[in-house]
Design a protein around this ligand. Sequence first.
Ligand code: ADP
Ligand code: MG
Length: 242
Amino acid sequence: MDKIKVTGLKKSFGSNHVLKGIDLEVKEGEVVCVIGPSGSGKSTFLRCINRLEEITAGTVIVDDYNINDKQTDINKVRENIGMVFQHFNLFPHMSVIKNIMLAPTELKKSSPAEARNIALKLLDRVGLADKADALPNQLSGGQKQRVAIARALAMNPDVMLFDEPTSALDPEMVGEVLGVMNSLAKEGMTMMIVTHEMGFAREVADRVIFMDGGYVVEEGTPEEVFGNPQHERTISFLEKVL
Ligand code: ADP
Ligand code: MG
């Protein structure tokens, strides 16, 4: 079953045509890594999937909901789509556990006790059981990003979108975040991950998509895209980053 189905997606900002016609299907449990040069439209693409951007043309279907249909309750759909950004976006004045409990108590009407229980389990899962009462600024970058992942998981989403989750981290903290993502992938989470971590993409992705100039230029298994790229632009990009 397709979790995400994107057809003919275009997105322009004024006269800047950023996405020029993208088709993509992501199956349940599939891990798709999106690679490509800066400015190629990777972030815009992810943001169109949960309607953080209004699309210019095409359709985006998530969980059988056409997310641009006026009838669709976008907030309901978004509850099923967790998103993790490069800059963690934690609420600085709230403890770690309050950050994680916020959406479930506000949106899903979980009781505080129930939300707290779930938050503690999630903190344990990302290896931060002892940080529940810390404030974000008491954490390292890698810890903050693991909290951000736990916060996204607290809504029990069935799709997770990651936009360069390790790009703002010191190198020694990249591994701990990728480790959490790897275990999510193994548990069967449907994920789309924009990343510059080619080793991770190679190991974890079911499919790799190379974007350039607003198009998906090439896609395939990691073996295909990294091992035997077909397009000139893919080859020259990989030469620079590998
Ligand atoms: P990537 O994530 O691959 O680096 P982006 O999707 O961030 O690429 O950006 C692609 C293009 O879209 C860039 O030219 C950028 O300036 C433009 N862009 C992205 N967001 C906006 C916005 N909110 N308003 C205007 N232009 C934008
Ligand atoms: Mg980006």
